[in-house]
Design a protein. Structure first.
Length: 328
């Protein structure tokens, strides 16, 4: 259990600290309206749009969570030369974020997820994206931005959604650079590059991602612990944070040959929408570490944060005010 005074101290210490987020930047578009009839043209619902909203998605949502918790995100990612990319740039500028790390590739669409919602019911999602790897030139530009600003960075989050920004070579170069300069690397992985994230400080998959990567299903908690140990040994991470949905979080630590496992139960009282919960966990952990929290404290606080955001519909960032209130 974390006391509210301790949380306030951690959040206060993290204020203004720089956390770099490298990964797949996305735009989340919400079309909100009503469905009251069936089309005469085909047996499908007719959706009447009342309004549309644009929000940060993917790595951009992680950076927003960091900002709302009081730290300073440095977002590095790739967009296309299109209207959706312009919306991301405009919204970043309007919210006071630097856009120096947002790079444009002409032949690449900005990753966009359009959600059609009527009366809080999610009817449809339409995706526009490319999963092709970014160019070598763009990789070099990303490394250049990182190297120019690294001396002020507390941690680097590698936020992977398999959309082509985090290539194998970029992953390896960023991790090597960070380890050479004593910067913690925290990873929110996806399937394709799962085992490329070797020698990182903290690795945060969910249970499904772990089982898919290892090619086997855990039939018990003991097997799940065995899988976590196997993965930690394989990628040589110091901490493994395994998110378990409504069953909470498992923290696995490997230190000088000693192994320690901590199980943290879920906090959510009523789950409305799990979208963005993983983003909340990794960003909260990073901010808490920047504020002087132990890894165990950071994971406990992140578990609370995820429990708060899943009670709301849509991808909603955690704020320090909501978090402190929730801990109370």
């Amino acid at each position: 259990m974390i006391k509210s005074n301790r949380l306030k101290e951690i959040v206060s210490n993290a204020s203004g600290k720089k956390i770099c987020v490298i990964g797949d930047v996305m735009l989340d578009r919400y079309l909100l309206g009503d469905v009251t009839r069936i089309s005469p043209e085909a047996p499908v619902q007719v959706f009447d749009i009342k309004k549309s909203e644009h929000k940060f998605g993917g790595a951009a949502n992680v950076s927003l969570n960091i900002k709302e918790l009081g730290a300073e995100p440095v977002l590095i990612g790739v967009i296309g030369n299109d209207n959706e990319g312009s919306i991301i740039i405009e919204q970043m500028k309007n919210s006071g974020k630097t856009t120096i790390g947002i790079l444009e590739e002409d032949k690449r669409p900005t990753t966009t997820k359009t959600r059609v919602i009527a009366d809080s019911h999610h009817l449809l999602r339409i995706d526009s994206e490319s999963k092709q790897n970014i160019s070598e030139e763009t990789e070099n530009r990303i490394l250049g931005i990182l190297k120019n600003d690294y001396y002020e960075i507390e941690a680097i989050i590698l936020q992977d959604y398999n959309k082509g920004v985090l290539t194998k070579s970029l992953i390896n170069n960023v991790i090597k650079f960070a380890n050479d300069n004593n910067i913690k690397v925290l990873v929110d992985p996806k399937f394709y590059n799962f085992f490329e994230y070797k020698n990182v400080f903290l690795f945060k998959p969910n249970k499904k991602e772990l089982e898919e990567a290892l090619g086997k299903k855990a039939r018990s908690d003991d097997e799940l612990i065995q899988f976590a140990e196997e993965l930690a040994d394989k990628i040589n991470c110091k901490y493994l944070v395994l998110t378990l949905g409504d069953k909470g979080v498992m923290l696995f630590e490997k230190n000088n040959g000693d192994k320690k496992i901590e199980k943290i139960d879920t906090y959510a009282r009523k789950v409305a929408d799990v979208s963005g919960a993983g983003d909340t966990v990794i960003s909260t952990i990073a901010v808490c570490l920047a504020g002087g929290a132990t890894v165990s404290e950071a994971v406990i606080i992140a578990n609370y944060a995820a429990g708060i955001v899943v009670e709301e519909v849509g991808i909603v960032p955690i704020t320090k005010e909501k978090l402190i209130s929730g801990i109370k």
